[in-house]
Design a binder for this molecule. Sequence first.
Ligand code: ADP
Ligand code: MG
Length: 679
Amino acid sequence: MDLTSFPGLGPKRLKVLGNAGFHSVSDLLYNIPRDFVDRTRISKISDSKAGDKVIFIGKIVRAGLIRGRASRFLATLDDGTGQINLIFFRGTNHWAKNITPGTRWMAIGRINEYRGLQLVHPELQHLEEGEEFKGGIVPVYTITEEEHKAKMEQRFFRNLYARIFAMPNLSLQDSPPNELTSYMRLSPVLENLRRLHLPNSFADAMQGKLQLKKMELLPFCLRMSVRRRNLVFRGQARNLDESAIAKARAALPFTLTHGQEEALTKICEGLKGKKQFHALLQGDVGSGKTVVAMLAILAVAKCGEQCALMVPTDILARQHYKTLKPFFDAAGIRTALLLGACGVTEKRSIAHELQMGLTQVVIGTHALFSKDVLFNNLTFVVIDEQHRFGVNQREALLAKGHFPDLLVMSATPIPRSLAMTLYGDLVPIILYEKPAGRKPVKTRLVEPAKRDDMKKFLLKEALTGNRCYWVVSRVEFDDESDSKCVAEVKEELENFSNQWKVGAIHGQMDEKERDQVLNDFVKGSLQVLVATTVIEVGVNVPEANLMVIDAPDRFGLAQLHQLRGRIGRGDKEAWCFLIASEDSGARERLASFASTEDGFEIAEMDMKERGAGNLEGSEQSGAWVFRWFDWIEDQGLIQKMLELAEDILDNKPEFSEEVKEKIQKWYALLPQGNADGIH
Ligand code: ADP
Ligand code: MG
């Protein structure tokens, strides 16, 4: 129901509500109380201290406007046990008119201390002399500045909800079928919303919230399970050329780790199997995912089928092309590199050869899913750094084959429970160990005052053949910011010594120039590479074992982990320096980052710090945004809901055809955002 037809809301209030995002009754219903206060417990002023959340009932003994730099209205409330000041900076005239000595009020808020105890902008309710106070648990809503100005405060909203729930035929459009909620032993959604907005008790409100979480998670899990089931019907068994794998392995400069062996075996099994194979290869930075993917691609391509390896950046695509091509060449497999930067003629000829089936493997960026690129027989898609891609992009590439198998690779370690939900329809394959001989990266926090000492150390190292990434957070100079830009640092390092050669790369550079610089760094004619986060993804220079991160507090922990993953790839001792001053607030989090190299642990810290919605990749996928469900708090619910989804699809509840149809309709109608976000 549109709010305009809701009785008693004038145009002014409708406008304010609209600006706050409330256009319909259901918008209001889905507004989540930010807190609850327990009004059954009246506090005593004499027993209270700063920080307490309190409810006082008392009389005003003094009140007055105080003019000055910060004009304010001050009233003193006496509850018989003591006195406390109520302070108002906004709406002072309004309050001055109402809060007069002798009037009786209930004041709710959190006490703070400034020249004695006080309540700043408490929530107030006027009580008549002798009026009995009605206690109970009440929701607290977030009030916008505009709402506040329009005097639409907590009370306004509470009354509004009371009126909404008193409507005779209140209903919700997208609520799940009753048969489903009762099978789940849940109350109807509307009932749960009532428990939140008009709670009987705190426990009751929390019950309502929990049930809403379950109901919200279920469609997500249902879609996941449906997708996983669909794979069963679409695949095709194939023979893999495993001798090609054996040959390529013999030519590798190293032996595979146990973890790589296992991953490869699982992938090969999946590729041979009848089901369509969709898997997620998760392994921390440097765990050696590329070679596993390469061997799998080789075995498929050698059978005359086509494979596409998609990566998020040109740098990475070129790097993969360079390292993988010799192995494909040796096996007689034709490989192409397709980038956005390729010329039109080049693109056309690559596309032509793919369409004719003359090329078996194509490595490329987003250019791959352009509609001009067609395949002859695309049966295997590999996506590296998959969190960088959106759903549609992934789907667009898959659609170029006939239900191809899919291997997505990710170096963003995701806590297990989360991975289960997000990638629940992918077979999880995890590379826990890193290639042997890797030394741990020593991460140290460096005081800005020690910058020169650090540079001396780096120079000494550079002179013995070590190479150094110097990561900065910005490309261009900015007056407003105290963090340095690429050019500044490059100049600083060049001035420091002429014994080392310093290069710089960033995302705004022209492609050719950037590759040139990177190549010089790979070859060793540059010893220091000042860079932005363009090096974060997949760049692999084993000789570089030093990294400096300037202004590390500008990066999320997971991102710092990706950056640090660029070093410690060779057999030399690796050092990562984070420049952070003693007094910076970020020191503690950087110290905990420095203390571990476990990507999963860091992912967990990052998630706690920024919330799961900010996990890398979530912007692209437009996903993971839930109204009630909280990724951290409610991890335990995921497994339960996945099982329930399976049961429903297995028809364990023995719903009638009609009910099944209703359920399907229900979850198909819900916004796709959070459910289809991931793959
Ligand atoms: P990531 O998993 O981060 O993509 P890469 O595939 O880029 O890691 O591998 C990192 C480095 O480790 C590469 O230089 C690669 O050649 C090397 N590498 C991979 N597997 C092994 C191994 N089993 N033994 C030694 N080095 C390896
Ligand atoms: Mg990689």
